[in-house]
Design a protein around this ligand. Structure first.
Ligand SMILES: [Zn+2]
Length: 332
């Protein structure tokens, strides 16, 4: 046992001394030595041939130093292993560590006032950003395509998904939340609220919350009600109704309308039998890009017309100097 500890101790102290020498002689920056590289788990860089010969010279020098120190430390034999451990620890503390990646700037909590008399249709018009919003969530392929495009282009959006569709594609909506998107209330069954009694309208909104709690978790629901308490009324029914807006406000929601949409302005104008989805999608893309002014809230749906050209939409909006942000980040 003593023999083993002594052997181990000797090897470790030689390493410490060798590193110290390398460091002091300023031969090789310590972070680029092989040992440190493994610790830091940095990607290995490819070396040019000229660099390699320089490295060999460095290695020769290191070898020399090691041999020199070996002769100096010959006979020490045994040292307190914990002291060596401390020395190593102190030594490696001097190696600069990469900064942790901060995904999102911490934001001050907003105190939403629920002051709206009608559904909000624009964000702050002096902000250099637009909000793309996606509704319903019926088509699985389109949801997947949307998530993929948003991830690729590093854009975060607000989704208004019905309770029914939350349950159907639970995994995809959980993925959406993990990827930084906001999944908000679009009622449980997509009924036009203006045609419902107060109680039934409340049930529709509360029903969504129950489903969201089951699918996305209570913690998510609490965060949503605090940080992005948005509802989009199905079909815009109730957007200007004081009765429906009061119900929504009492439930601590901000009704979110839109400054531009694609269903009535573009898609329904096409004959689907005579035009391909691709043709319609191109037209949708041009309309969205043209509508992406400061503070715009643009309503899209999870369908092929709205999502086939989504990458182009995202790229073009960004190329024109605008950011794409969730609704909570563009409202005044
Ligand atoms: Zn809808």
């Amino acid at each position: 046992m003593d023999f083993f500890v002594a052997r181990k101790g000797r090897t470790v102290i030689k390493l410490v001394i060798a590193f110290t020498i390398v460091f002091q002689m300023n031969m090789t920056p310590i972070a680029s030595s092989g040992f440190a590289k493994e610790l830091e788990n940095e990607p290995k860089e490819e070396k040019k041939v000229s660099d390699l010969s320089a490295d060999n010279r460095e290695e020769d020098k290191n070898e020399e130093s090691l041999k020199r120190m070996e002769s100096l430390t010959e006979g020490i034999g045994y040292l307190n292993v914990s002291l060596i451990g401390e020395a190593m620890e102190a030594f490696f503390k001097t190696i600069p560590k990469p900064e942790p990646t901060i995904k999102e700037e911490p934001k001050a909590k907003r105190n939403w006032s629920f002051k709206y008399k009608k559904a909000v249709t624009w964000g702050n018009r002096s902000t250099n950003a637009v909000a793309l919003t996606f509704d319903d969530g019926v088509d699985k392929k389109s949801i997947e395509r949307t998530l993929k495009a948003l991830k690729k282009e590093n854009a975060r959006c607000t989704f208004f998904v019905t309770g029914v569709n939350l349950s159907t594609y639970a995994g995809l909506w959980r993925q959406a939340v993990e990827e930084g998107h906001q999944v908000c209330n679009h009622t449980q069954n997509h009924k036009m609220l203006e045609g419902l009694s107060n109680d039934k309208a409340i049930q529709e909104i509360r029903g969504w919350e129950k489903t969201a709690g089951e699918v996305l978790g209570q913690e998510y629901l609490t965060r949503m009600k605090q940080d992005f308490p948005f509802v989009r009324l199905p079909g815009g029914s109730g957007n200007s109704s004081s009765r429906i807006i009061k119900i929504v406000s009492d439930l601590k929601y901000i009704p979110v309308g839109w400054s531009a949409e694609t269903l009535h302005s573009v898609i329904s104008r096409y004959d689907k039998k005579k035009n391909s989805a691709d043709t319609i999608a191109k037209s949708v893309a041009n309309h969205v890009v043209g509508s992406a002014q400061n503070g715009a809230i643009i309503l899209l749906h999870f369908d092929s017309y709205n999502t086939l050209k989504l990458e182009y939409i995202l790229k073009t909006i960004k190329e024109r100097g605008k950011e794409i942000r969730p609704v909570s980040e563009i409202l005044e």
